[in-house]
Design a protein around this ligand. Structure first.
Ligand SMILES: CC(C)(COP(=O)(O)OP(=O)(O)OC[C@H]1O[C@@H](n2cnc3c(N)ncnc32)[C@H](O)[C@@H]1OP(=O)(O)O)[C@@H](O)C(=O)NCCC(=O)NCCS
Length: 209
């Protein structure tokens, strides 16, 4: 039978340590991890269950929820979709110190890290990351498997497309729409809409790729 109070991490590197911290803050049990190889660095002494495709691990996913703790947006989506297609159940990791408005909505498999603020009428997509101390203001729409970096500030009514990454400490002006698959460099200031698939850096943000 599935326990919704205990989760297996898929991926166990730096980003997963932040995910573990969020679960721990909520007293939500992390029972172990899956990864391609057993990790030499295991700060939380988690048992290794092999690859998430291994038969033994597949049995465990019937008992426990999963969380894809992989920072890369495309890989995170690929693994998440594979797990969902097998009927497994995702959990979300919301740090106890985060401020998440009851008037906001979140998809499945979301990370809201320590100190992040999600304000009213914000809508966070499946598998999105709202990283440490970011501010997602009123009526923002954050796409599926997007990543809002540490300390980024998205003013009101900003839209961030699927799979896009907003670098640490970036500021996005109110009402701006950022396309899908966009990368925004750390510390950028975004004052105009950004098309799909580009990399933007600087103040004001300029397209470099
Ligand atoms: C934007 C970014 C992805 C570009 O990485 P990259 O493709 O390896 O690009 P490069 O380092 O080769 O830099 C390309 C150019 O952009 C400039 N640049 C890169 N990042 C920049 C930034 N954040 N702000 C301003 N300029 C930047 C470089 O100086 C370089 O300029 P030049 O061609 O005039 O020398 C990366 O620099 C970045 O900012 N990553 C985000 C880091 C972050 O927020 N991490 C949080 C993880 S949780």
């Amino acid at each position: 039978m599935l326990s919704k109070d205990a989760t297996i991490l898929i991926g166990y590197s730096g980003h997963a340590f932040v995910v573990y911290d969020a679960f721990f803050s909520q007293r939500h049990t992390v029972v172990g991890y899956c990864d391609a190889v057993e990790k030499a660095i295991n700060p939380f002494d988690l048992p290794y269950f092999g690859n998430e495709f291994d038969p033994a691990a597949l049995l465990l996913f019937k008992q426990y929820t999963f969380f894809v703790a992989i920072g890369d947006n495309k890989i995170r989506r690929k693994v998440y979709v594979a797990m969902i297609s097998q009927g497994f159940i995702p959990s979300s990791a919301i740090h106890r110190s985060a401020s998440v408005s009851p008037f906001s909505t979140q998809g499945s498999g979301v990370l809201v890290a320590a100190g992040a603020v999600i304000n009213p009428l914000a809508d966070i997509g499946d598998g999105a990351i709202c990283n440490t101390g970011c501010v997602v203001e009123h009526e923002n729409v954050i796409g599926d498997f997007a990543h809002i970096g540490p300390g980024a500030i998205l003013c009101g009514n900003v839209k961030v497309g699927d799979l896009s990454f907003v670098g640490a400490n970036t500021v996005v002006k109110q009402g701006v729409t950022i396309g899908n698959n966009v990368t925004i460099g750390a510390g950028s200031v975004i004052i105009r809409d950004i098309p799909d698939g580009v990399t933007v850096v600087g103040n004001p943000g300029r397209i470099i790729k």
